[in-house]
Design a protein around this ligand. Sequence first.
Ligand code: NOJ
Length: 473
Amino acid sequence: MKFSNDFLFGAATAAYQIEGAIDIDGKGLSNWDEFVKIPGKTFEGTTGDVAIDHYHRFKEDIKLMAEMGLESYRFSISWPRVIPNGVGEVNQKGIDFYNAVIDECLKYGIVPFVTLYHWDLPLPLERKGGWVNKETIDAFVNYASVCFNAFGDRVKHFITFNETVVFCGHGYLAGAHPPGIKDEPKQYFQATHNVFSAHAKAVLAYKELRQFGDIGLSHVFSPAFSVDDSAENRWAEQHANQFGINWYYDPILKGHYPEYVTEILEKNGWMPEILEDEKQALIKAAPLNDFIGLNYYQPVRVEKILGEAESVEHSRQNSTGAPGNPSFDGAYRTVAMADKRYTKWGWEISPEGFVDGLRLLKEYYGDVTMYITENGLGDEDPIIEGEICDIPRINFINDHLCAVKKAIDEGVNVKGYYAWSAIDLLSWLNGYKKQYGFIYVDHNNNLERKKKSSFHWYKDVIDSRGENLNYPA
Ligand code: NOJ
């Protein structure tokens, strides 16, 4: 039951959630630096101003990761730290910081897996229309090229974007992420298309440099399953997957959009503007993607909304990931089911849904190389006699790693697994209360780090290459 020797066992973080130091050493402000200051946007007004101060403590953190036996560390680069205004001058101190992080990883033999965009857009670009403005595409390609040139000699795995559906969906439908716009499907689809174009152009730029590394992007992977066998709910399942999976994966892997979706967009006046050079870039870049990253937390159970389309009132409340909300088009709703298990935040726990979802992806996209770039349990960890006993997290990761192994044995091409998260961090809208890490950060005691039970457990898993996982009978 061992994972192959070239399978990477890793863990992940993102810049805004850990670094702090938001205006130090020449860093420009990001859309998030501003957004979190708007009253009511985040849990108890928490911000990433200090976060877990990784900017000053990265050596200590990476040393702990090495002690845990981590083979690879996925982290993101803050665009405004590298190019403070989004375009124009490069901030050498920002480059120096990430060089130091990368070198620290390499010192311990940890493979750096770098995300270029994990949601923190330079504020001047957000002010000019963010991802709806096509100028952001060129700005991103320029920023990506700066990163390839600065770090590509040592970084051989690049992820362009993290979870387009989340930052565009929350940004233009739910109003829960920057720029905080609600119920604007036209802008939502335009933003997603601009992101895919930026991705494709960055892939082409990367391949031209001949750095001989791998590049791809990470999507949320939330496969939809019908709540029952009825024809209408089966319809809801395929409708949800067309919008939630195919709209996101087809342009990257096939170089064009799914017709099922474009027909609906045309009918509703939601079709994005697609320029000829963007269309060509998508077609040319599609076969050059080296992998697709999947962030899997939960599947969605769906049922069709019968009769009149439900009016959709989006808010921070219904962008929490918990079921019970209508889709943006009022066609179906997500449902919590009595026979399923849920986390404290109402997210379904379903390793079975993971295997089924991976099978579905193989059906859609064949042998594409995949990395699980995020998977983990958000919880409030119990502290017993000073020890952080995160047993539910151990069980969760155990079961999901077993699911990955099962899929691999069935021929799904998964090359690595990154637990979310390496260390406790800021959970965007949920503050520091929702914990995901193997390492605890004490917010009442100078951000002191402490190993959790899962830290020791994950080390054993890595040491045994998964042989000592508790596989289902
Ligand atoms: C996905 C995001 O990439 C990450 O930033 C976030 O904290 C986790 N999901 C948990 O919600």
